[in-house]
Design a protein around this ligand. Structure first.
Ligand SMILES: [Zn+2]
Length: 320
């Protein structure tokens, strides 16, 4: 918990059409500076008020994270209030058991259970026989889905589909069986290098946890070492590990930033992700050109505007 407080993040989420004009700017974090125009009013409010707010958020031990909110698509808004700000900091005000599994802490651990999902360990440690049982259960479920969409699961073209889809889905969620420590595999080197390191345009494929359909895009990762550097290929590997789980883009961005902060202990980490969500693009009003941008900046990227701007202009998402 102390770790998550130290790595307090600044998050900005906005949905942009391709022409660049913010269609519906929706900052999902109220604490932390944002350069968003939609926040102009908030910024104009008195410093006193801000100080009060900050003090108030300190008092509640856990601050509100964007990961506790739904994705940008208004149709994704939950019907219930189950994902409203978590208030179980002291363990006293928890009224819903659903809230307990959505800890606002970054949940970085090293045993492959970085998401608080009950079946993760079982999947990690299962033997061949248990794996067969899991596959059979999944095949049955896919067959049911085929029937429900009005198909004939016994026609030639679909005979192997339940098996293929089950295996594909296990592959898409392979990240549940990986952990940060193994991915990094001690590729941390004491180089005395203290300048910004950036890996940009990392291709990311993930599954939206609200619809289980893909969202894909590019992630840019930057950090400023504190003497130690990480093997450069490990940054895309960390991004892949977290993207191969059921995700929302906000949390994926934050997971990657926090994991790097945790394992490397640099001066700061910045992660920006731009992606297109099929659940938004394919359904209803088909906003095929919409791009969702999320960012998470920690350490010196959060505290120093100049550093943050340097990163943003180097990765090409700074429009100034
Ligand atoms: Zn979705």
């Amino acid at each position: 918990m102390a770790e998550s407080d130290r790595h307090e993040a600044r998050d900005v989420v906005m949905a942009l059409p391709v022409n660049g004009a913010p269609a519906s700017a929706t900052p999902t974090s109220t604490n932390g500076p944002t350069s968003n125009a939609a926040n102009a009013n908030a910024n104009a409010s008195s410093n006193n008020k801000r100080r009060k707010n900050r003090a108030a958020s300190r008092r509640s031990a856990k601050r509100r994270h964007s990961m506790s909110k739904a994705a940008r698509d208004p149709r994704d808004e939950p019907e219930s209030k189950a994902t409203s700000p978590v208030r179980d900091a002291a363990g006293k005000e928890t009224t819903s058991s659903a809230v307990a599994t959505r800890s606002p802490s970054p949940c970085i651990d090293f045993d492959g259970l970085s998401r608080p999902s009950t079946g993760t360990r079982a999947r990690l440690e299962e033997n061949d026989e248990e794996r067969q049982v899991r596959l059979e259960k999944m095949r049955g479920a896919v067959r049911t889905i085929l029937e429900c969409v009005g198909e004939d699961p016994d026609r030639a073209g679909l005979l192997g589909t339940p098996d293929r889809y089950a295996k594909a889905l296990l592959d898409f969620t392979q990240g549940y069986q990986q952990n940060v420590r193994n991915v990094v595999n001690e590729a941390i080197f004491h180089e005395g290098h203290n300048e910004m390191v950036i890996v940009k345009d990392i291709e990311v494929f993930s599954l939206c946890e609200h619809h289980m359909v893909p969202f894909t895009g590019k992630m840019h990762i930057g950090y400023i070492p504190f003497h130690s550097v990480i093997g450069i290929s490990k940054l895309p590997r960390i991004a892949e590990m977290f993207s191969r789980r059921l995700q929302i883009q906000e949390r994926l961005t934050k997971d990657v930033a926090n994991a790097i902060m945790e394992i490397l202990q640099p001066q700061g980490v910045a992660v920006v992700m731009e992606s297109s969500h099929l659940c938004m693009v394919m359904r209803g009003v088909q906003k095929t050109s919409a791009t969702t941008i999320t960012s998470c900046v920690l350490g010196c990227f959060e505290s120093k505007e100049k550093t943050r701007n340097e990163f943003l202009s180097l990765v090409g998402v700074n429009r100034h």
